[in-house]
Write a protein that binds this ligand. Sequence first.
Ligand SMILES: Cc1cc2nc3c(=O)[nH]c(=O)nc-3n(C[C@H](O)[C@H](O)[C@H](O)COP(=O)(O)O)c2cc1C
Length: 322
Amino acid sequence: MTTPKFNSKVFLSPMAGITDKPLRRLTHSFGGGNIISEMVAVNALNRKNAKTYRIADVRDEDYPVTVQLVGGEPELFTEAVKLVEELGAAGIDINMGCPVKKIVNNHSGSYLMQDITRAADIITAARKATLLPLSVKFRKGWDHQHVNAVEFAKMCENCGADYITVHGRTRSDMYSGNADWNIIAEVKQAVNIPVIGNGDIDSCTKAQAMIEQTAVDGVMIGRASLGRPWLIAQVHNFLTAGIVPENLTLSQVKSVLLRHINGLKEYYGERTALSLARKYVCWYCKGMRNACEFRANFVLINEMKQAYNFIDDFFDTLQKEE
Ligand SMILES: Cc1cc2nc3c(=O)[nH]c(=O)nc-3n(C[C@H](O)[C@H](O)[C@H](O)COP(=O)(O)O)c2cc1C
């Protein structure tokens, strides 16, 4: 067992299709925070599928990245763990919380909360294969009739996980309703390994509230960081030094958005970057004046040059109105 050394009490959630290398770099550039990759499918990784291999490759990132694995066959984890070690992982997380049908039907993600023996075999296999910090991310339970996060957490601890992350929703909740922080507190009481709490943290004060209410060792932030890659650092600075964050100015937001798009362009090439930029622009501009109209026009763009012009015009107009 490896006692985990966290950079911070704050964790960026793994988010498929989002926490890719460009976003991880950008998030890290603000400081603070533990960074986790998108999920990596163990079967595709072991087959050396080129796309999966690239997702798992964190060797040129100059900060520790925990790589998240997803799969349902214990024997596949032995090789997958070795591969992600070679590809630069600083830690390994196992996804036992993903609610998506395709994943669940493959005996992986949150399916494993219903099959605790298989889950235990997976963690045991991964544990045997690595000395890196090993964690498991799971939910409150499968559904409201099967809330087993406490039992599941104890199993993770017994199988050698170094820490766990609990999302306070069941699989049947998907992402709706409020996350149940009480179950996170119950899990924290029940195990001796560190527990990271996850669900609905969207501000510094909410992060602090979760720590106070549940006694967790750290907090994980997902959706609230979309279009706000500076949030992880803000929460870190608040929790460590009591620094109350100031809102970013429009020109700061624009500059982060452009850095993000440039990072996407560098990593994926212009075509893919443009389609990803459509999604990100919506998040960065949320709540701004005329954002709806801007978004509606931006998604029709099919050239990067035009995208930059649109962003310039949108922010210039807002700045003039200030
Ligand atoms: C678009 C999206 C993709 C996600 N992908 C993953 C994933 O690959 N692995 C994982 O463990 N959780 C994934 N999650 C769940 C988040 O990590 C997190 O548990 C969830 O969003 C709750 O936290 P929040 O309320 O801070 O968003 C994803 C969530 C979203 C919204």
